[in-house]
Write a protein that binds this ligand. Sequence first.
Ligand code: ADP
Length: 349
Amino acid sequence: MLTLPTPPYCLPKSLENAEIDQKLQEIMKQTGYLKIDGQRYPAEVSDLLNEGEIGSGTCGQVFKVRFKKTDHVIAVKQMRRTGNKDENKRILMDLDVVLKSHDCPYIIQCYGAIVTNTDVFIAMELMGTCAEKLKKRIQGPIPERILGKMTVAIVKALLYLKEKHGVIHRDVKPSNILIDAKGQIKLCDFGISGRLVDSKAKTRSAGCAAYMAPERIDPPDPTKPDYDIRADVWSLGISLVELATGQFPYKNCKTDFEVLTKVLQEDPPLLPTGMGFSLDFQSFVKDCLTKDHRRRPKYHKLLEHNFIRRYEVLEVEVAAWFQDIMEKTESPRTSQCYTQHQMLSLFSR
Ligand code: ADP
């Protein structure tokens, strides 16, 4: 009998509020300034000029914003303090991880946060777009050499999280992989990441069904989650198949339940032969999508794989490729541009 993964475990409301308040207090100590390129600038909401929405995730909107004092263009994630508690918890967890990952070049960098009575604004480096939107722009496969560089960046980001902070991401998917015109590739959205206890995740958390590893869908004891970072390795494998072929491997499924059932009952997806993928790429994806998690490689093993070794050293013109795609294709969703008046009413309620 297939049991669906349960949503994030619920703390009693009072405890939940206390936890959010405590995290907010910690952030309050660091609020009121932005640290950009090593320089610290006092900052308040009126210093931010909203230039339009660039994304909306599960729990908040992300805007392109000009920091008027320096003219830096940055990304700002907005969290309404009066909003949904689960969503706020995710945003604060995200901030927590991003702030402590300042020394990893493969993780989105945070410049600081501005807390007002109504909102928390999280300032981050602005990237070009995410791999999900890139896929929609291209409407076809992303070249192997770009995915090679992406794989190196994401595996190193995940290894860094595990080794430096004992954290598992739990939501690896194309919309959480960001890329920019400099050719940088970075992981973002740590909202449902979890602490590892003895290298195992002990809390349940939803994540996206479509990329979920079999051992998370059908754990031996659903009341005691006990999976490790190899669940993220599976999600990386699914993301790679999707980006390399331009099609989500379970695209014909009508419901999440159907996807989860297929993940459990069918052979794992593979890169198709005949699409020109190298044998190393095919073998790497096959390793990531090993159904039995006990036989699935962990990061150190993956880093020894020829596919990663090759793309660690190979020069790839990611920046030029990205700029070319952005010029030649249209944005999947027209981003909204606000007038100064609309912007002020958005940011200074
Ligand atoms: P949520 O935590 O609400 O799911 P995300 O952090 O995943 O939000 O962001 C939602 C979307 O916004 C991403 O998929 C991406 O397209 C865009 N985005 C997020 N952060 C940035 C950034 N720093 N630069 C550019 N785009 C971003």
